[in-house]
Design a protein around this ligand. Structure first.
Ligand code: ZN
Length: 69
């Protein structure tokens, strides 16, 4: 069973991951941006985890099993 909310969260995570990959580790200014993106990613992971466990009126997301992690 597909879930739009879960898909949105996963897509946002994918976008943040590719953004992180594009940041050059050599530049000092990307250091701050990296920390910023990593913080957003942590928040998204927490949201996704919460959604998967009880995001549907206190019940687990029916789509959670389709995506590992
Ligand atoms: Zn869901």
């Amino acid at each position: 069973m597909p879930c739009q909310v879960k898909d949105d969260l996963v897509n946002q995570l994918i976008a943040l991951n590719s953004k992180l990959n594009l940041l050059s580790p050599d530049l000092v200014q990307s250091e701050e941006e990296r920390a910023d993106v990593e913080q957003q990613r942590g928040t998204l992971y927490a949201d996704l985890k919460r959604h998967r466990s009880k995001g549907h009126d206190g019940k687990p997301c029916p789509a959670a099993r389709e995506t590992p992690r």
